[in-house]
Ligand binder design. Structure first.
Ligand code: HEM
Length: 347
């Protein structure tokens, strides 16, 4: 039995319609994370650090400290870590924590923030980018069951096969708020200086995507297909968003490689980007030659292989209200994350 991606308790009388008719059947299965109805908000908090060249001594200490804080009382239910080299040549290591209990996050954040972005870290820039959306403001999608990632890990389990996917507009149709709201962006990002700390106040309906790829279970021809045919195209798309994204509403893009507990790269990656609007993200996904190509290839491939596919794809997309966002940077270069969206920085 096909389910709606929108859970029953968030269904409401529609003023806006889905892109597909009620008897639409997608060509391959996909699943979404489910949460207990008592969960009305989650937190996704990105704690980043950056440096140029060889890692300064302070890096290991900072990474160990944030991991310790994550493990302490009121820390996240789940976190992971990934890294990438940005357009300015800086290495960035980002530890992402997920909470389903916002009160815990609020109790936890104060001292963690002081530690992370409240004091100089010897040649290392630090930042926090956090959202605390209501459950009506985000969606997830998984091409297979058995290995939740990101915000899905803090869920109560996964759905059965959902209807709203495998067509342009499926992402929007999975976000409960889309039943009644266009989710149009409001206003422009602004910079607020608190001494050396730079805070970006963005705007209503800012959008975040984390889109993950896991090729660790692939073998032989599937691995070759992914690494030789799909990944290079994905890489090109990620570079485009990183270098030229601002013109099309992508404030910042990071193509991250997930790290294991020892800090070694795994066979998992994700693209993470901040967007002016869900509409801008939709436009890129359905029109940029790189994504159109990998979308088409993946649709064909998933439809052919079905549950036998070993490549795992997932994403989570959030459209956050202005008061659900927090961006803070200390000693970071001016093109870091949402700083790139505010022109006055670095002037
Ligand atoms: C190997 C990498 C990727 C592949 C194979 C891929 C393929 C796909 C496929 C098959 C879908 C349709 C999913 C469904 O509804 O069943 C999709 C949707 C989407 N992808 Fe990707 N994708 C990849 C990476 C990315 C990245 C890194 C981003 C952005 C950062 C992205 C943005 C999107 C968006 C926004 C949609 C939703 C479109 C909509 O529903 O309107 N994708 N992708």
């Amino acid at each position: 039995m096909m389910e709606s991606a929108i859970p029953l308790h968030l269904e409401t009388t529609r003023s806006r319609h889905k892109r597909v008719p009620s008897d639409y059947v997608p060509p391959y299965p996909s699943f979404v994370a489910r949460y207990k109805p008592a969960v009305n908000r989650v937190v996704m908090a990105y704690f980043g650090l950056q440096y140029r060249g060889a890692a300064p001594a302070a890096v290991a200490g900072a990474l160990a400290r944030i991991a310790e804080r994550f493990a302490a009382a009121d820390g996240p239910s789940y976190w992971d870590r990934a890294q990438y080299v940005d357009q300015a040549g800086f290495s960035n290591v980002i530890s992402v924590g997920y909470w389903s209990d916002v009160a815990s996050f609020d109790a936890w954040l104060g001292p963690a923030r002081e530690d992370w972005t409240g004091k100089d870290c010897e040649g290392v820039g630090t930042f926090i980018e956090a959202l605390r959306p209501t459950v009506g403001r985000f969606e997830t999608l998984f091409s297979s069951l058995g290995r939740p990632e990101g915000v899905a890990v803090i869920g109560d389990g996964m759905s059965g096969e959902v209807q709203e996917h495998a067509y342009w507009g499926g992402m929007r149709d999975r976000i409960p708020l889309s039943q009644t709201d266009e989710m149009a962006p409001g206003g422009r990002p602004e910079l607020v200086r608190h001494g050396a700390r730079l805070i970006v106040k963005a705007h209503d309906n800012l959008c975040l995507i984390r889109s993950g790829q896991d090729w660790s279970d692939t073998e032989a021809s599937e691995r070759k297909l992914y690494l030789e045919d799909v990944e290079p195209v994905l890489h090109e798309g990620m570079d485009f968003l990183r270098d030229e994204g601002v013109g099309i509403g992508c404030y910042a893009n990071r193509y991250m490689r997930v790290l294991d507990a020892d800090g070694a790269p795994t066979e998992k990656s994700y693209g993470q980007s901040w967007w002016k609007s869900l509409a801008a993200l939709e436009r890129w996904a359905e029109s940029h030659p790189t994504h159109v190509r990998i979308f088409g290839a993946a649709m064909k491939y998933l439809s052919t292989l079905g549950p036998a596919a070993r490549l795992r794809l997932y994403h989570e997309v959030t459209v956050a209200a202005a008061e659900e966002q927090f961006f803070e940077y200390l000693n970071c270069h001016p093109k870091t994350g949402m700083l790139a969206a505010v022109e006055t920085v670095g002037a």
